[in-house]
Design a protein around this ligand. Structure first.
Ligand SMILES: CC(C)(COP(=O)(O)OP(=O)(O)OC[C@H]1O[C@@H](n2cnc3c(N)ncnc32)[C@H](O)[C@@H]1OP(=O)(O)O)[C@@H](O)C(=O)NCCC(=O)NCCS
Length: 172
């Protein structure tokens, strides 16, 4: 598997087709558009602060993905004949065999199975790269994210820490 050229198609609940593919350097405008149309609550849940603007070095960090220690996928839908980013997921290797994951789905596409689909594809890449564990920090009231982890079927450990839930998924 070549994560940098990853591409797969899924059908969301409701019938919409979505391409789940590797993030590309030319996705900068698409990512900005996705952030711009995300609610404050979604941004808070993703970044633990209401973040609407990013510094140049933060943007570089999100876009310059090496597909080894940092793998990012985007979900692309067609809106009025044009591609639009409806969500994304990434993992960043923290130590050998273990990566931290983070997800974001644009509000109007939430609850249609996209988070679960991103999880499946990200996990498939991680497994083929030999990773053993995904970890995530989630706000305690973030039921949709916790549900996506539960639905993934991977054995998981959930630790309630100060102001966050630490989830660990055993990939297999
Ligand atoms: C978390 C997130 C990525 C999930 O994506 P999604 O596309 O909505 O996920 P799915 O549709 O695959 O699944 C969400 C599940 O949560 C459920 N859910 C949503 N709100 C819920 C609630 N209040 N109570 C119970 N279940 C709820 C949905 O019904 C769905 O379960 P189902 O498939 O059994 O019906 C998305 O909601 C999001 O981007 N949130 C904001 C950013 C964020 O929280 N990022 C996580 C930081 S790591």
């Amino acid at each position: 598997m070549d994560p940098a050229n990853y591409s797969a198609f899924e059908t969301l609940r409701g019938g919409r087709r979505v391409e789940i593919r590797a993030l590309r350097p030319d996705d900068r405008a698409g990512l900005s558009a996705a952030v711009a149309r995300s609610s404050s609550e979604s941004l808070y849940r993703r970044f633990f602060s209401i973040k609407r603007s990013f510094t140049e070095s933060e943007i570089e960090y999100f876009l310059n993905v090496d597909f080894v220690d940092h793998v990012a996928l985007v979900a692309v839908v067609e809106e009025d004949g044009r591609p639009a980013i409806a969500g994304g997921a990434r993992y960043i290797v923290e130590q050998p065999g273990m990566a931290e994951i983070a997800f974001a789905v644009v509000d109007e596409y939430q609850g249609q199975g996209l988070g679960a689909a991103l999880m499946r594809h990200l996990a498939a890449i991680a497994v083929s790269a030999g990773l053993k564990t995904f970890v995530a920090e989630v706000l305690p009231d973030n039921v949709p994210m916790l549900k996506v982890f539960e639905k993934s079927g991977f054995p998981r450990t959930v630790k309630h820490e100060f102001q966050a839930v630490h989830v660990s998924l055993e990939l297999r």
